[in-house]
Design a binder for this molecule. Structure first.
Ligand SMILES: Cc1ncc(COP(=O)(O)O)c(C=O)c1O
Length: 399
């Protein structure tokens, strides 16, 4: 047992260390060709945002989570929450008889200082999904369309459709960035919102910051733009890639952030959205942002904003797990997409449900997608132990 552990530890270090060099070899050209080939075929876009509504295959029965050895499915941070956040959460339970408007107001002030915007330019919610969905409900209640990437995260799009809106997906470029030119061309008189997930889910890729900034600054004069930055802290430049400065400049742009990813608080449910004060007022009048957030969660979020050491340690461990994964996939000759998030997407040579059935047998849970006539696996970055289980499963399934 001890030996097995040492071996897998050696594997972990070996893969992590080798990957930096291997990364340089990642052939984006091969991708370019694959994307071009896929785009001449009939565009097929099947994506399940967790609602099942857009999913054309039934995933195999999920293993009992208590038996799972590697939970690599929801892009969670395995190291969170920060110990400071956990202590603050527990202390705040004793204040549970009160509504939390005061502490929420203090958190909003803290966020306003961090982001350089006024408190009126901030709306809080129990997770950023809540804010994506509320925005969609308000913007699409009288129809219209949302221009977004293909593929992208579907939460906002799904609610836009359910509220009566249409969906105008625009294929990502061959290097998996948002095709800003094509997105601008897709805007018509019925477009109510442009939605951009940056970095993107499920591709894990980022759109060039300068190009995106210029696009947002110019195009937001015509139509509001929603930038979902759930993974921005995990990208190479971190917050320097954010579009928040445009909100500070008063542009008609929304920027959504979450405590679910780098902060490791997915189960505690808190996120926020920055936006033009008038636009946020329009959403707040109907939906009331902060009502669904508990006092302990607010206390935990506030404490973790101050725990810079925890955040940078998480980012380093996640970066290391990515290198381990790249190396594993390089060994298998699989052209993964270099990740700017805490997950990695790679093509699989078998059907998504077949792959899931096999990997579930190893008690490893990941996610599969089908888009552009290709099946893909998305694996979230877990602990060393989880990544070793994943590697073992991949080595047995993709021989
Ligand atoms: C791109 C993106 N946006 C938003 C969310 C929602 O996160 P939460 O509601 O936990 O803040 C997720 C979750 O995976 C995501 O991937």
């Amino acid at each position: 047992m001890k030996n097995a552990k040492n071996n897998s530890r050696r594997e972990w270090f070996k893969k992590g260390a080798l990957a930096a060099g291997a990364l340089a070899l990642t052939p984006m050209d091969i991708w370019g060709k694959a994307v071009e080939e896929a785009s001449v075929k009939k565009q097929k876009f099947i994506f399940d945002a967790g609602y099942g509504g857009l999913n054309e295959f039934t995933p195999p029965k999920f293993p009992d989570l208590s038996t799972v050895k590697a939970r690599l499915l929801w892009n969670e941070n395995p190291y969170g929450p920060s110990p400071k956040a956990s202590i603050a959460f527990q202390k705040a339970v004793y204040e549970g008889n009160h509504y939390s408007w005061n502490s929420l107001g203090n958190l909003v002030d803290k966020i306003s200082k961090k982001e350089g915007v006024s408190p009126q330019q901030i709306m809080m919610g129990p997770g950023s999904s809540d804010l994506l969905e509320k925005t969609a409900m308000v913007y699409f209640k009288n129809g219209g369309n949302v221009v977004c990437g293909d593929p992208c995260y579907m939460s906002l799009v799904h609610v836009a459709k359910a509220s009566g809106g249409d969906w105008k997906p625009v294929k990502l470029t061959k290097d998996f960035q948002h095709d800003l030119e094509a997105m601008e061309a897709a805007i018509d008189k019925n477009t109510k919102l442009v939605y951009i997930t940056n970095p993107n889910n499920p591709t894990a890729t980022i759109t060039d910051t300068k190009k995106l900034y210029d696009f947002c600054e110019r195009v937001s004069e015509k139509v509001p733009i929603f930038i979902d930055e759930a993974y921005i802290e995990l990208s190479e430049g971190g917050l320097a890639n954010s579009m928040a400065p445009l909100v500070a400049k008063g542009k008609n742009i929304f920027v959504a952030r979450t405590f679910s990813k780098i902060y490791g608080m997915a189960g505690l449910r808190i996120g926020y959205m920055l936006g033009n004060a008038e636009s946020l007022k329009k959403i707040n009048e109907i939906t009331r942002g902060g009502m669904g957030i508990t006092g302990p969660t607010i206390a935990a979020a506030s404490a973790s904003m101050e725990d810079e050491v925890f955040l940078s340690e998480c980012k380093s461990k996640i970066t290391y797990a990515k290198k381990f994964t790249y190396n594993l996939l390089n060994e298998k000759g699989i052209n993964y997409l270099p990740s700017q998030t805490n997950f990695v997407l790679f093509p699989i040579p078998l059907k998504g449900d077949e792959f899931l059935e096999k990997i579930y047998e190893h008690k490893v849970v990941v996610r599969t997608f089908n888009f552009w006539d290709q099946d893909w696996c998305r694996v979230s970055m877990g602990t060393e132990e989880e990544m070793n289980y994943f590697a073992k499963a991949i080595n047995e399934i993709l021989v």
